[in-house]
Design a binder for this molecule. Sequence first.
Ligand SMILES: *Cc1c(COP(=O)(O)O)cnc(C)c1O
Length: 463
Amino acid sequence: MKYISTRGQAPVLGFEEVLLAGLASDGGLYVPEQLPSFSKEEITSWRGLSYADLAFKVIQPFVAGAIADADLKTMIDDTYKVFRHRAVAPLQQLDSNEWVLELFHGPTLAFKDFALQLLGRLMDHVLAKRGERLVIMGATSGDTGSAAIEGCRHCEHVDIFILHPYQRVSEVQRRQMTTVLADNVHNIALEGNFDDCQQMVKDSFANQAFLKGARLGAVNSINWARIMSQIVYYFAAGLALGAPDREVSFSVPTGNFGDIFAGYLAKQMGLPIQQLVVATNRNDILHRAISSNDMSRQGLVHTLSPSMDIMVSSNFERMLFDIYGRDGAAINDLMQRFRNESVSLDPARWESVRELFDSFCVNDDDTVATIAEVHAETGYLLDPHTAIGVRAARACRRDNHVPMVTLATAHPVKFPDAIIKAELQTPALPEAMADLFERNERYQVLANDLQQVQGYMAATLKI
Ligand SMILES: *Cc1c(COP(=O)(O)O)cnc(C)c1O
């Protein structure tokens, strides 16, 4: 499988390079040159497969030619073995034909584990084969950092540095990162805010002399391999609910548009998806783009669903590339204009987005109300991100005969503020994490200063 950039200028790459690369050199994002597609018969034959076996079927075409089948199989088996539920991604029913897909049974209790657990193994495999090492650097406001660390802690060829804003992440979130004491895991508490952390990572990518030739990589949500891994659970849920003989719809709590873009790909690959609902919090650029063809930046607001507090959703570009007939020049033009001004899509293209997508924006009050309402109806406790998905699903649903599945992106224990506001009891930590507050921590507090951070990294890596 070959990969091309959404802006049409960067070199065509194979899977290995795409796995280790971040942005394409033309500023675009990599996508497969041609998407695999599966016939109805083939999808039908997958009924009853374990999650790991299904993952192999879906992922294999994307890595064909780069990773041997037997190696891929082992990595996938090892990845989903660590999940705490035997079904890996179980469905829970809320109402007639209304479901949530629980994606929080991985090590850090959020859906990012589905991709990052596999990504770490894929990277380590490819690096070993090439005899290379990779230094990963990332900024986190809390959630992605722990999933990335858990994904890389066992890698032999990766060192990972995660920057979080000192004293500005919750204690659970900090401890999920800082209690991982592996030699290749390095937590930096930066004296600044999340934007300072992100800026520090950007500046380090722009100025890599301090690494003396070591390769710098990223695991943010623009990494293609993350999207690829997320396609699987759409097929898993669809098959469980009667696909491919029956349509199914999904509602997805959305930030960077990575997760829902995987759903869009599942549809292109043959899963009969009737409707995809983009559920946003008050940071609603995607809702405005889809409902009123208005792509304009607004200031960032902090909400009760912090993992969706995003001003611009980078993966949206991948879908626009398809919607614009894979015309890299058109996307380049659109994204260049979007740097400086508000844009709207060509009206016919915008209409074609709306054939599949609906969108809805949910504020904090309605998020809390939905947590309380669903708990009263069913006894089931939603995390705030998932609550936004359920609210949006109920508001946008086109057809009650089609099962509607909301992706449950995090375990409610991770976001106690919203649960307390809903006047409900915060759940206990799952057993494997029950001693989180007793574990030893290790992290380095550093000033918001590029030289200090780079000096620390060079000293730690002994280069
Ligand atoms: C990252 C995240 C999201 C948003 O996912 P995207 O792929 O960025 O759209 C939603 N909910 C939770 C809990 C997350 O961690």
